[in-house]
Design a protein around this ligand. Structure first.
Ligand code: SF4
Length: 560
């Protein structure tokens, strides 16, 4: 008889201060509004990203599996009474107090079940004291197959996992457009071994492939299109372009297929420098996250073509970018940190991430800083997130870098405008160049980018007064005006959508003045997998608004 397994994330709520929540917990609620589009205005994006690993594992083991995401503790307790053989809990470092609470309840309410824990939180030290039956500190499908006595050679099939991206104001004001994106995990781990990198350390500085071949990756995209109508993807792999032969196989497979898929990925300058970017665009590259880290990046991964040249070329092809930097590196001083923000803005990334230097458990950085007596001793190891204050820096006082980081986000917004404008401008530039390409597929991609830019235009037609300053207003107006030559004037539908955005922004300002800012708790999601195979799609359930001060200043939303 098949084993019955419960996979669960840690429980919600995340945003209420309390016994099990640490400051910063709510940062995990939404990738966009907390990091990539962390802006003081109303153009912020929002997503409802699923926890991917449990779905990947559940779809590839011979067992009856329930995947529970962000349940309340009461829902978790109720589920424990349903006779599971294994209770598997995935957690991040920050969520350790919740993990302990859940392990205690699992022991009490499911005494016959084996308890297994996994996820990046298992990089913490002294997990033995939890006395659980298993700690997964490796690739999870293989770990669970070993536990179940299943062959490790069984094929791996990627489940269909999707999520939606839209404007954050759309959470409270339904009806605004959203984009559905498919998630593809192509591999884990990274051999570049940057000293601060927790994911690289977690997988022992090794790369662990999941889908194996370029053809398998394309076949999975084709299946997503067939089963969920999805043609846009985010590919999770630390450095997607690292393995040249694999990528060349993928480029060849993508070129031979009729559908124009689009994907976002993570890549280093070192790996990108191996390729002609036009070939990558032909394979579907539409967004790439590049770890810029610093003007004087001390990391091996930054070797290759000059970073500015790469960003500029990507933009010429209409590829949107995320540029991320770290504040608090050894060479940072009061008088050069501002230069890092200016450098980042000058690359015109579509979205940005500015983080503090974090010394996660198991990383070489943590070892080095411990030897140098530079770890803040009263800082909990588990209080580990993008903006944590963990490291003693001779140039900056306690908490100072965190404040400078938030000023950095504001600087980016006020200098180069909202992320959604930067995306629209990049698509417009790419459409112009690609429409003139001698290659037919690239011309078709140019048309696709023109449609994308045109789809974003209504957001800016009637919201100029919500932009941060005159310089940004002028830049956005110019972009919108120039677009007419490329895609024609806005039609009736675009004008109606523009009015909808205007009304929504007005309504959101009134709501904020009346109710104050909110954070949004994710819903509980339950998915079931009966043996290998299975499909997960985002259920249509609402987010829960929780009234709580957040990083929105109503005064700054609109400036005449
Ligand atoms: S290149 Fe990126 S993923 Fe790889 S070790 Fe460095 S920071 Fe980590």
């Amino acid at each position: 008889m098949k084993k019955r397994i419960l996979f669960t994330t840690i429980f919600r709520p995340f945003s209420k201060p309390g016994k099990y929540n640490l400051p910063g917990d709510e940062k995990f609620l939404d990738y966009f509004s907390n990091r990539l589009t962390r802006e003081p205005g109303l153009f912020v994006l929002h997503d409802n990203h699923p926890t991917v690993a449990p779905h990947l594992i559940a779809a590839n083991i011979d067992a009856d599996v329930t995947v529970l995401e962000t349940p309340t503790i009461e829902e978790f307790k109720e589920e424990l009474g349903k006779g599971y053989d294994i209770v598997a809990i995935t957690f991040l470092t920050l969520h350790f107090p919740k993990l302990m609470h859940m392990v205690a309840w699992a022991r009490k309410l499911a005494p016959e079940a084996k308890i297994v824990i996994g996820g990046f939180g298992t990089a913490l030290y002294d997990l033995d004291r939890l006395e659980v039956d298993g700690v997964c500190q490796e690739e999870g499908i293989g770990y669970m197959r070993k536990l179940l006595g299943q062959s490790l050679k069984d094929p791996v099939e990627h489940p269909v996992i999707t999520f939606d991206i839209g404007l954050r104001v759309g959470v409270q004001h339904p009806g605004l457009p959203k984009k559905r994106v498919g998630i593809l995990v192509n591999g884990f781990g990274c051999p570049h071994a940057c000293e601060f990198c927790s994911t690289s350390a977690y997988f022992g500085r090794k790369h662990v492939p999941l889908l194996g071949t370029g053809q398998a990756l394309l076949d999975t995209m084709v299946r997503y299109e067939r089963e969920a109508g999805v043609k846009d993807f985010i590919i999770y792999e630390e450095d997607f372009y690292l393995y040249k032969r694999h990528i060349n196989d993928f480029i060849a497979a993508a070129r031979g297929h009729g559908t124009l898929f689009s994907y976002g990925c993570y890549a280093t300058i070192k790996a990108l420098s191996q390729f002609d970017i036009e070939d990558l665009v032909d394979s579907g590259l539409s967004h790439v996250w590049i770890g810029v880290e610093s003007i004087e990046s001390p990391f091996n991964k930054s070797m290759g073509r000059p970073i500015r040249e790469v960003f500029e070329e990507l933009q010429r092809y209409g590829v949107t970018t995320t540029g991320s930097i770290i504040a608090g590196l050894d060479h940072h001083k009061r008088d050069n940190l501002r230069g890092e923000f200016e450098h980042l803005a000058s690359l015109f990334p579509s979205t940005v991430q500015i983080s503090n230097l974090i010394a996660g458990p198991g990383t070489p950085l943590r070892e080095r800083l411990a030897q140098e007596n530079r770890l803040i001793v009263d800082q909990l190891l588990i209080d580990s997130h993008l903006y944590s204050d963990q490291v003693v820096h001779p140039e900056f006082g306690r908490g100072e870098l965190r404040e400078l980081i938030f000023q950095g986000y504001d600087y980016i917004y006020e200098t180069i405008g909202p992320a959604v404008y930067r995306m629209m401008k990049t698509w417009l530039e790419g459409s112009r160049n690609l429409r003139r390409s001698p290659r037919e597929r690239l011309r078709a991609r140019g048309e696709l980018l023109a449609r994308r830019a045109a789809a974003f235009r209504p957001l800016f037609l009637d919201t100029f007064d919500f932009l941060p300053n005159d310089a940004v207003r002028a830049a956005v107006k110019e972009c919108v005006a120039e677009m007419e030559a490329d895609v024609g004037p806005p039609d009736e539908q675009a004008l109606a959508t523009a009015r909808l955005f205007r009304e929504t922004f007005e309504s959101e300002v009134r709501r904020l003045e009346r109710e104050g800012p909110h954070v949004y708790e994710p819903p509980t999601r339950t998915s079931r997998y009966a043996g290998r195979g299975g499909t997960f799609t985002t259920p249509a359930v609402p987010m829960t608004p929780i009234k709580r001060p957040f990083d929105v200043n109503v005064e700054r939303l609109r400036r005449a």
